[in-house]
Design a protein around this ligand. Structure first.
Ligand SMILES: [Zn+2]
Length: 277
């Protein structure tokens, strides 16, 4: 497992020993941080304050910003500490869990029919029947198809009301499926929605089950529909916040040689079941 990941990275180095990544084989799984970035409705959004932007009194160009935001918004990591007392903090998550072979479990059809869909053990099993058992240490990425709505909060979250998290409608991972992923001893679980648990959840069982097993989450993953079901390598490196419960993350995937990007499917899902006017 580790040697496969290493091989992918070493082939990227080429014979000269200098890093020459084939851009066509890299998928950027990260949304930009800006005023449109999706945050949990009750969390602080991304704020950028310019400190300097121009030619200073010495005649030199100088630009610098301050930024402020919740740890949990945009493409970001959920450290186990987020939902488990004594769980690992952002800085404590081992790199071996952040650089890992990826499996992409496609549940788009189910989520098209039901915005509140919860991934079930059968979805994991259906993936394994086609692509083989999920190896320990894998990064399992759930493809709901909701990434196509980002950053339209009303369509992506089911509501664009800030400060209220009780009227959300988007798919997530069911408790039993989370338990199956713990059994498989996966290294990380991610998805293309704002939360590991589905929108209506108030008990956050998928978060809790995974966090208790020290499995970090990756939320608001971009362009997930460009990855193959297996063979890509995930590299998801969050800001190394000591005692962090998560953090903004630059996530990319390296595609295996000879495997083309998936052609994104563009079918419209069901409207929010109780959409606000
Ligand atoms: Zn989070």
């Amino acid at each position: 497992m580790r040697s496969t990941v290493l091989l992918v990275l070493v082939t990227a180095l080429g014979c000269t020993g200098t890093l020459s990544l084939d851009e066509a084989r890299v998928v950027d799984l990260t949304y930009p941080f800006n005023r449109d970035t999706i945050y949990w409705p009750t969390a602080r959004s991304f704020e950028l304050k310019p400190v300097a932007h121009g030619v200073n009194e010495r005649g030199q160009w100088y630009a610098s910003n301050d930024f402020c935001a919740s740890e949990h918004g945009g493409t970001h990591l959920d450290a186990p500490l987020h939902f488990a007392d004594g769980g690992r903090s952002t800085a404590e998550v081992p790199l071996s869990q952040l650089i890992a072979p990826a499996r992409v479990v496609d549940v788009r059809e189910r989520c098209l029919a039901d915005r509140d869909y919860q991934v079930s053990p059968e979805d994991i099993q259906a993936h394994e029947e086609r692509y083989g058992r999920i190896p320990a240490g894998s990064a399992v990425l759930i493809l709901t198809g909701f990434g196509r709505f980002y950053p339209d909060a009303k369509r992506y979250l089911g509501s664009d009301a800030r400060g209220v998290a009780e009227n959300l409608h988007f798919p997530g991972i069911g408790e039993e499926a989370a338990r199956v992923l713990v059994e498989r001893r996966v290294g990380l679980v991610g998805l293309d929605t704002a939360s590991l648990d589905h929108g209506p959840s108030q008990d956050f069982l998928a978060h809790r089950v995974l966090a208790q097993a020290n499995i970090p989450g990756l939320e608001n993953v971009a362009h997930l529909d460009e990855l193959p079901p297996r063979g890509a390598t995930l590299i998801a490196l969050p800001m190394k916040i000591e005692v962090g419960t998560g953090g903004p993350c630059r996530a990319i995937a390296l595609l295996p040689p000879g495997v083309p990007r998936r052609i994104p499917v563009r079918t419209e899902p069901a409207p929010p079941s109780n959409a606000s006017p």
